[in-house]
Design a protein around this ligand. Structure first.
Ligand code: LLP
Length: 433
């Protein structure tokens, strides 16, 4: 009889350590595929995504919000790979886009998804509005009077009615990193509620604008769900007032922002999402609204790792460094937000640990993935996985230091598919003389 293989789950259901043959070491897998095999076949640095994780997150959302009419509009900015958008569209979801480029990606992934697209962002251009109107998107989230006037003009010129929501700024603190907090009065986002009221009156007078909803988004990586409840309570009160004034508000767009646990899950995602759903839906009770949600990170964050190989070990004045082949151009979150990403060896087994920095080859001190981190001792040539890199990883990639962007692989069960090939020097220089 075959002995059951020992395993240890790191990020369910995508990433687990599995016993490797007869060796004592455990090997990190993405679903049924060993990461070592992917690194050997496709090289490093390499983004690896788990389809099962994305699907299970989508299901968890659907389950948690099943009691209310809702549409999940996945926030494309978190990970805009076409293969991932195709998968998400295939599951019946819609999309939140913030540029004409993102909208084109959605249309490329699935033309029929246009009817479930919400368009957010403070600086939509007339061209982007035109593309969105011609594509027949669901809703424009408007962030200023000037933008409202512009949309009214573009819609009038095209003789196409635009459904609009004003994104309100509820002036609540998201208690997250200042760069990704958006709901306070000093931020560039949204319109203060008193001014929004004036904008609704203005919008209602425009022949080609259809006042349809209210939207709110207070920031990203929010772990205290009470913040969502506070923001939505203010919005609910505002919606009641708008309705009393005769506005036909059908949609509430509650934005995205639900945080994930970068240190490993202390509670299941299902429990977390249930608490989030309660915080969002409770203040809206009795309003008979269609709820729109714009999650990004909570769908794809834990579904991806950045796989990297140790090039050198180095010690400077007794301070240890692991120099790896991924860098801040592949994953900028640690450099930009001092974000913590768990880093694990792909082959676990070393009993010994050490305190070390994990850094990339880029010529900047800010090019690091971890500082003074306790890690199992690894050797030159060994593989490391930087966890929770599925959101705001590859999309924030650049060519700094003329480094080609990493390849990306999507794993589904025992199948692994390259969804973006590694960028070559030729790719990088094609637009230059
Ligand atoms: N909706 C709007 C209007 C947004 O601005 C954002 C994110 C989302 C939805 C999706 O939020 P999520 O569910 O992913 O938190 N680069 C940063 C995060 C920037 C978030 C920008 N807006 C990071 O790596 O943490």
């Amino acid at each position: 009889m075959k002995r059951a293989r020992a395993s240890q789950t790191l990020r369910p259901p995508g990433f687990s350590y599995v016993e490797a043959g007869s060796a004592p070491a455990l090997q990190l897998h993405c679903e049924a595929v060993p990461l070592e095999r992917l690194a050997a076949r496709h090289g490093t640095p390499l983004y690896v995504y788990s389809a099962a994780t994305i699907r299970s997150r989508l299901r968890a959302f659907a389950q948690a919000f099943r009691a209310v009419p809702h549409t999940l509009c996945y926030s494309v900015k978190a990970n805009s790979a076409l293969a991932i958008l195709r998968m998400i569209a295939g599951a019946g979801a819609g999309f939140d886009v913030v540029s004409g480029g993102e909208l084109q990606r959605v249309l490329r992934a699935n033309r029929k998804a246009a009817g479930k697209v919400v368009f957010s962002g403070v600086g939509k251009t007339a061209e982007e509005m035109e593309l969105a109107l011609r594509s027949g998107i669901l809703l424009f989230n408007i962030e200023s009077e000037s933008e409202l006037n512009m949309l009214s003009a573009v819609a009038g010129r095209l003789k196409k009615r635009a459904a609009v929501a004003i994104r309100v700024n509820p002036d609540v603190s998201a208690k997250t990193h200042p760069y990704i907090s958006t709901g306070l009065h000093q931020h560039k986002f949204g319109v203060p509620i008193p001014e929004a009221q004036t904008l609704y009156a203005l919008a209602a007078r425009q022949p080609y604008l259809d006042v349809a909803g209210v939207s709110v988004h207070i920031g990203s990586q929010i772990t205290d769900v009470g913040t969502f409840q506070e923001a939505l309570a203010r919005v609910a009160e505002f919606i009641r007032r708008l309705r009393r004034e005769g506005h036909d508000i059908r949609y509430i767009d509650a934005g995205g922002g639900l945080g994930i646990s970068y240190e490993g899950a202390e509670q299941s995602f299902e429990k977390q999402i249930a608490a989030y759903a309660k915080a969002v839906t409770q203040p809206l009770r009795g309003l008979k609204l269609h709820l729109l949600l714009e999650p990004g990170r909570s769908i794809v964050g834990a579904a991806g790792v950045l796989l990297t190989r140790v090039i050198y070990r180095k010690t400077n004045y007794r301070k240890r460094f692991l120099i790896v082949d991924a860098a801040m151009n592949d994953l900028i979150r640690p450099s930009l937000y001092s974000a913590y990403h768990e880093i694990v060896p792909v082959r676990s087994g070393a009993a010994e640990t050490e305190i070390t920095d994990v850094v990339g080859p880029i010529c900047e001190t800010g090019d690091f993935f971890a500082r003074e981190r306790k890690l199992p001792v690894v050797r030159e040539g060994d593989l490391l996985a930087i966890l929770d890199a599925g959101a705001y990883g590859s999309v924030l990639g650049s060519n700094y230091n003329t480094r080609g962007r990493a390849a990306e692989v999507l794993v589904d069960g025992a199948r692994a598919k390259v969804i973006r090939r590694r960028e070559s020097f030729e790719d990088q220089t094609r637009m230059e003389g």
